[in-house]
Design a protein around this ligand. Structure first.
Ligand code: ZN
Length: 548
């Protein structure tokens, strides 16, 4: 109950009054009758969105195409689905950009030198009353991207002095082709490259919002190994004032006045070792991560490392907000953030629940890929986590629940992925190893059997094609399978995955996820992403869910 009343108070200012207030009063009255939070949610309107619920979708440049007509068609598709904000990628993972930048022409994606996507999209979308958020991948650049090529010194470094492109990803140790840039260095990537990009967009395009993504430290490659560049090695001790810079030669030891060791923390010990300057990068990094603030105490120095990192990201978010608002106060700032700001503060420096002063809309990516359990568990956790996100941000700013369609279909995609992986494995097994081949053939058959029925039901012709491809591989326990047959099955699976037959992925999974998020009463729903919705034939489901 208190939650709903509190919401009405804190939301004053950006929600229009009138109908919304009345609705809240009604909900409050209904809520009074409810005994638990769950019961209260259950009394909210079932599948129909509230009048004020906003609908956004993340989209990539190919979704809009490269002609006036294709952009118009894409906007019309969004309009039919009651989307009111298109969050369009304009700076990608390789640092490539999709507007006609005067300041960074070297970063414009090839093919987009003459077609200004942002210009076309803002014009067509606004004609339909749809907002456009310009979405930038913040701190990631390609190893061959313009920024890293011109300024390798701006990259984040690990204790060995390597960039993130020296890391590998996954248990298969895939090469990682991206370079994360240091958010702390001034001058550096943050103030010489990235912020000027936000500023250029704000100054030259009628966008409704700029949108941060990857506004954090790396998470899937070595979350604790960055950044130990020269600048950060100097500034982490400075930030936390681990020693005085006046009278630097004076060292102070911990005073054992209190019985408990940790109770003497405020006795002013010098935490930076006397030989600090003589240490190399690896030794300094090791001390920052594993050192002890008090000799004999726990290895707790890394607390300051995490705090420093979160502060760097905060600073960047604040700087972008301030400069964008200076250029055009009407332009908003939104961000794609991880589901749990308390944990992402620790792991990736993203304490987004503290960003309300510099953020107009939060779009947490509460994707199923960040949940371990079944689909049904995800629905419950999605409601729970969305409610917690509103609590973490104290309802200070609008928050849209972010749902990624593809991850909802973990079970449906699994046989496709299994077949693809077994086919790849079969290619590496010697022709003489009949036993190993038979095992893979059996696994392919099993995966195929688990999806055959559904595929035959929704797309009989494609099911027959796949059956032929599977048989060509698994016949005779794959003993004399040809490379061509393996390639054909691999290709067939990839084609199906790229263009799923309508109905194969149950649309109700998407609609149920939207309903689950809705139970927590977020200000909007944002879907990842237009391309997957097209591939997965889910636009009609979106239209139904977002119907007003
Ligand atoms: Zn750094």
């Amino acid at each position: 109950m208190a939650r709903v009343v509190g919401t009405a108070k804190t939301r004053r200012g950006w929600k229009s009054a009138g109908g919304w207030r009345i609705l809240l009063i009604m909900l409050t009255a209904i809520g009074l009758m409810a005994l638990t939070a769950r019961a209260e949610w259950a009394t909210l309107p079932g599948s129909a969105p509230q009048a004020k619920e906003r609908h956004a979708i993340w989209a990539h440049p190919p979704d809009a195409g490269m002609t006036t007509e294709s952009v118009r068609e894409f906007v019309a598709k969004c309009k039919r689905a009651n989307i009111d904000t298109i969050v369009m990628l304009v700076k990608g993972m390789n640092g490539e950009i999709y507007w006609k930048s005067k300041r960074f022409p070297q970063a414009i994606q090839r093919g987009y030198e003459k077609f200004d996507l942002l210009e076309h999209l803002t014009r067509e979308a606004h004609a339909q009353g749809i907002r456009v958020d310009a979405w930038l991948v913040d701190f990631v650049e390609g190893e061959n991207g313009a920024a890293f090529r011109e300024h390798p010194e701006w990259a984040q470094l690990n204790p060995d002095g390597g960039t993130t492109a020296t890391e590998t990803l996954g248990v298969a140790r895939r090469r990682y082709p991206y370079v994360w840039m240091c958010p702390a260095q001034r001058p550096g990537y943050a103030d010489q490259w990235l912020r000027p990009m936000f500023e250029e967009i704000a100054a030259n395009y009628p966008v409704d919002s700029v949108h941060h993504d990857y506004v954090r430290y790396p998470g899937d490659v070595a979350p604790d190994s960055y950044c130990f560049c020269d600048y950060c090695l100097k500034h982490i001790p400075h930030y936390a004032l681990l020693s005085y810079e006046t009278r630097p030669s004076e060292r102070y030891r911990i005073q054992h006045v209190q019985e408990r060791l940790e109770a003497n923390w405020s006795s002013d010990p010098t935490m930076v070792p006397a030989d600090w300057q003589a240490r190399d990068r690896r030794e300094m990094a090791d001390y920052i991560l594993n050192g002890r603030s008090r000799p004999g105490g726990p290895p707790d120095m890394r607390y300051f490392f995490y705090d420093y990192r979160a502060k760097q990201i905060d600073t960047f978010v604040r700087e972008v907000h301030d400069s964008v608002k200076r250029i055009n106060p009407k332009i908003e700032v939104s961000a794609a953030v991880f589901k749990n700001p308390v944990q992402s503060a620790r792991f990736i420096g993203q304490q987004w629940h503290e960003w309300s002063p510099w953020m107009d809309i939060f779009m947490p990516m509460t994707y199923r890929s960040h949940f371990a359990g079944s689909f049904e568990s995800y629905l419950d956790h999605l409601t729970e986590v969305t409610a917690r996100q509103l609590e973490w941000t104290r309802h200070q700013r609008p928050l849209y629940a972010g749902i990624a369609s593809s991850y909802l279909y973990r079970e449906e995609y699994k046989p496709f992925d299994d077949i693809r992986d077994r086919v790849d494995e079969l290619k590496t097994i010697a022709a003489t190893d009949a036993t190993a081949r038979a095992v893979k053939a059996k696994a392919i058959n099993q995966a195929y059997e688990s999806m055959r029925g559904r595929l035959a039901e929704v797309a009989p012709e494609r099911a027959r094609e796949l059956a032929t491809l599977v048989m060509a591989v698994t016949d005779n326990d794959a003993r004399d399978v040809t490379t061509a047959a393996l390639d054909n099955l691999g290709k067939g699976i990839a084609q199906l995955r790229a263009d799923m037959p309508a109905g194969f992925l149950p649309p109700e999974k998407l609609t149920r996820a939207i309903e689950a998020a809705r139970k927590a009463n977020p200000d909007g729903i944002v879907i990842f992403a237009a391309g997957s919705i097209t591939r997965e034939k889910l636009w009609p489901a979106l239209e139904t869910s977002f119907k007003r």
